[in-house]
Design a protein around this ligand. Structure first.
Ligand code: 5GP
Length: 182
């Protein structure tokens, strides 16, 4: 547990997140035993979760990065998906695991996943740290889920509020009062 004052309301501690990342990494190892895997990190929110999964996996994975965003300086999605998409790694006939911070409406991924499929991968799986099922509008089903969260605006462990708080070693949520006091 962090000693300094918690920003927002605490949901998951570093210990809980890392324990879950380890379980999922072990599951991925079992599912892809003897196969090659490419881990694709969606910037910027997934970097901490991605590095946990990568570290805990025994399977030797290639890695690459892509950038997608639908939130600006707000706690509500702008509805506009901006993708700068250029992973250099060759995905053709390889197993790709997209590592996300949070699946909310699913809009970003329903745009991004078909673009990945165009590159002819052997398989595409989705691993997300958080799943906000209550807000889903698009048909996106993660294969690996760290934690389910209610319809809350979450920060920390990679997730930002207006680019702040990505380095918090825990996941918390902000209510209106919290946002006013920031
Ligand atoms: P979607 O396209 O699924 O609605 O949104 C996906 C992206 O929106 C996530 O990758 C994340 O960057 C951002 N997002 C969605 N919900 C939250 C949230 O509660 N907190 C933060 N910080 N970002 C969120």
């Amino acid at each position: 547990m962090p000693k300094e004052k918690i920003i927002g309301k605490l949901l998951f501690t570093e210990e809980q997140i890392q324990a879950r990342a380890k379980e999922i990494a072990e599951q991925i190892d079992r599912d892809f035993s003897g196969e090659d895997v490419i881990l694709l990190c969606t910037l910027k929110g997934s970097v901490l979760w991605f590095s946990d999964i990568l570290r805990y996996m025994k399977t030797d994975a290639k890695i690459d990065f892509l950038s997608a965003s639908s939130y600006g300086a707000s706690t509500v999605s702008s509805g506009v998906v901006k993708i700068s998409f250029d992973p250099q790694v060759n995905m053709y006939n390889h197993n790709v695991i997209v590592v996300e911070d949070i699946v909310d409406t699913g809009r970003t991924l329903s745009y991004m996943l078909p673009k990945l499929e165009e590159r002819g991968p052997k398989s595409v799986k989705l691993c997300t740290m958080l799943n906000k099922q209550a807000r889903r509008t698009d048909d996106v089903t993660p294969d690996y889920i760290g934690f389910e969260v209610d319809d809350l605006f979450v920060i920390g462990y990679g997730l930002d509020f207006d680019q702040r708080f990505r380095g918090l070693p825990y996941i918390s949520y902000l209510d209106e009062e919290d946002v006013e006091s920031l």
